[in-house]
Design a protein around this ligand. Structure first.
Ligand SMILES: Cc1ncc(COP(=O)(O)O)c(C=O)c1O
Length: 305
C-alpha cells in the first residue's frame, strides 16, 4: 500500500476548503515565467495581452471586447456600472455574490444603482421571478431595472442550461435589461454542462460575461468579455479610475494564454468537478452528514449534525 495515502484514499494535506485556497496551475505559472523575459510595453499594449484577448475570442468564437481586472468584485461591479446609470437597478438572485459578498461595490461603482433580489430554487432565477421584480413597480419613485445578473455556475454549484439562459434573455429583451453573467466559475459550468462556451453566453443572449480566471487556475485575474460591444465604450477609463488597470499587464494576462492555449482551462475544471463529485459520494455515506442542494460544479454543500 502507498503509505502516503489514507486508507480511505485521501492523500494527507488534501484540501477541502474553497477553490480560492489553491495555487496557480502549472500552465499559468509557466506562462508567467515566460512573460517575465525582457521589457515589453505597459498597460496592456504588450504581446501577452494581445494573445490573451485573441484566445478568449477564439474560445467564444466571437469578436468580443475583452478587458482584464484583478478580481471578481471589480469585474462584476465595473461591468454592471457600464450598463447602468445611478438611478437604475440590477436584478439578481438573493444569494448572488454581487448582493451578498461584494461589500456594496456594484452600487458604489455605479454611483448608487440599487441591487434588487429575487428568490429561486438551486440559486437560479426563473423568467417569472425576474418579471415579477421588474413589473411590480414602474413608477418614477422606484429605481428603474436596467440589468439582470445571473451567476454561472451558481452560488450553490448548479448551472443554468442554454435554454434557461435563453429564457432569461428573452425576459431581458422584453424589459430592456442588459444580461450580465458572473462567471467566476464559468469553466466549471462548461465542464458540468458539456456545452461550448458560446452556447451559454452570447448565443443564448448574454451581453457581458465576467470570466473567472482565479478559480480556474490563473492565480489572479478575471476577464470582462463584452459580447454587446457598445457596452464597452470607455470601459478602459472605468477600469483605470477604479484602480484596475495593471501597468505590468502581461503578468495578469499571461496566465490566460497558459490556460487557453490548449485545454488546461477545461481539464482543470473537469478535474475539480470530478473531485467534488467524489467528495460528495464519500460524504453521503458518513453518519450525521446531509448533502445539500443539487451540485453540478465544484462546490459541495453539506450540513453536519
Ligand atoms: C460567484 C462569485 N462571483 C465572484 C467572485 C469573485 O470574488 P473576488 O472579488 O473575491 O475575486 C466569487 C469569489 O468567490 C464568487 O464565488
Amino acid at each position: 500500500m502507498n503509505r502516503s495515502v489514507h486508507p480511505a484514499g485521501v492523500a494527507p494535506g488534501c484540501q477541502f476548503a474553497s477553490d480560492n485556497t489553491a495555487g496557480s496551475c502549472p500552465e499559468a505559472w509557466d506562462a508567467i515565467a515566460r512573460a517575465n523575459e525582457g521589457c515589453v510595453p505597459s498597460y496592456g499594449d504588450d504581446p501577452w495581452t494581445g494573445r490573451a484577448c485573441d484566445a478568449i475570442r477564439r474560445l467564444f468564437e466571437c469578436d468580443a471586447d475583452v478587458f482584464f481586472v484583478f478580481n471578481g468584485t471589480a469585474a462584476n461591479s465595473l461591468a454592471l456600472a457600464a450598463a447602468c446609470q445611478s438611478y437604475h437597478s440590477v436584478v439578481c438572485h438573493e444569494l448572488a455574490h454581487v448582493e451578498t459578498d461584494e461589500c456594496g461595490a456594484p452600487e458604489f461603482f455605479s454611483n448608487g444603482t440599487k441591487v434588487l433580489t429575487a428568490p429561486g430554487a438551486d440559486a437560479k432565477l426563473t423568467p417569472a421571478a425576474v418579471a415579477h421584480v421588474v413589473e411590480r413597480r414602474r413608477d418614477i419613485h422606484y429605481p428603474k431595472p436596467r440589468a439582470l445578473s445571473i451567476t454561472q455556475a451558481t452560488e450553490l454549484s448548479t448551472a443554468y442550461t442554454p435554454a434557461e439562459v435563453a429564457a432569461l434573455a428573452e425576459v431581458c429583451r422584453t424589459h430592456g435589461l442588459v444580461l450580465h453573467m458572473d462567471g467566476a466559475r464559468f469553466a466549471n459550468a462548461v465542464a458540468a454542462l458539456d456545452v461550448p462556451p458560446r452556447a451559454i453566453t452570447w448565443e443564448a443572449g448574454v451581453d457581458v460575461l465576467c470570466l473567472g480566471g482565479t478559480k480556474n487556475g490563473a492565480g489572479i485575474g478575471e476577464a470582462v468579455v463584452f459580447f454587446r460591444r457598445a457596452l464597452a465604450d470607455e470601459f478602459a477609463w472605468r477600469c483605470k479610475q477604479a484602480g484596475q488597470l495593471a501597468s505590468k499587464m502581461r503578468f495578469l494576462t499571461a496566465p490566460w494564454v497558459g490556460l487557453l492555449d490548449g485545454d488546461a482551462w477545461l481539464r482543470h475544471a473537469r478535474h475539480a468537478n470530478a473531485a467534488a463529485a467524489r467528495l460528495e459520494r464519500g460524504l453521503a455515506g458518513v453518519p450525521g452528514v446531509e448533502i445539500l442542494g443539487r451540485r453540478q460544479a465544484n462546490a459541495v454543500f453539506a450540513r453536519l449534525s
